[in-house]
Ligand binder design. Structure first.
Ligand code: URA
Length: 236
């Protein structure tokens, strides 16, 4: 036995990684001690299946559906929200309630189609009770799923809606009012912090300098960057 093991470890083959030696899929959801390493998943559907069987944090106890994504997995833009609300929990799709309707209008204003041009997900995949902000532990438990989504979708631009999305991805704890509208480079990707649509619903003024007015500036900045990157790709 000892000799067999020796020859196994001394095989001269590259050391196993998550990609070459996937973690047992059945073990991942329940055990927060088992990290979700880059390369754990080789397709986005498997993440969806896991999230619906996941108990890495207590949010799994109260969900109706895990809310994993909607949109185009090949899109150049990924949008990251905070976490599902009631409608999202019921339908299993992100941004389908009032915030989602406003998000659709914001995208349409710069000719972006939510089914074609973006891929939408959240920091946590299960609804926090009473729509409270997810705790750091809940965000940490879910982070591996999001990192795998980002790795596989490979977006050129990530829109971070609100402070929780910024904190959940980049670790930056600054208020959204301070950092919105400025590109952040994170892991070689361009991220744009923007107001969360729910914040805009609570602040309906369109006056110059208002949150809605600022969102209009920010989404135009994003559109211009997308056009610039697309043109650069076409001429490469
Ligand atoms: N708010 C979010 O942050 N995400 C959703 O999916 C819906 C509302």
């Amino acid at each position: 036995m000892a000799e067999e093991q020796f020859s196994l470890f001394d095989s001269g083959l590259p050391a196993p990684t998550a990609a070459t030696n996937p973690v047992d899929y059945d073990q991942i959801p329940d055990k927060v001690t088992i990290p979700i390493l880059p390369g754990t998943y080789d397709n986005l559907d498997a993440i969806g299946e896991h999230c619906n069987r996941c108990y890495r944090c207590d949010l799994g106890q109260t969900r109706t559906h895990a809310v994993v994504s909607r949109g185009n997995p090949k899109a150049a833009i990924m949008i990251v929200g905070e976490g599902p609300g009631q409608q999202e929990d019921e339908q299993g799709l992100p941004f389908v309630g009032k915030s989602g309707q406003l998000l659709e209008k914001i995208l349409e204003a710069v000719r972006l189609d939510s089914a074609q041009d973006v891929y939408i997900s959240n920091i946590v995949k299960c609804r926090p009770p009473e729509n409270r902000v997810p705790t750091p532990d809940e965000m940490a438990a879910c982070k591996g799923y999001l990192m795998e989504q980002i790795r596989m979708v490979d977006p050129k631009i990530i829109l971070l809606t609100g402070a929780t999305a910024v904190k959940g991805i980049t670790g930056n704890k600054q208020g959204i009012t301070k950092i919105r509208g400025q590109w952040i480079e994170w892991e070689g990707r361009l991220c744009m912090p923007i107001f969360h649509p729910a914040y805009l619903l609570r602040n309906p003024s369109k006056e110059k300098g208002s949150p809605k007015w600022l969102m209009w500036q920010d989404i135009q900045t994003v559109r211009a960057k997308l056009d610039e990157l697309t043109a650069a790709d076409a001429s490469a």
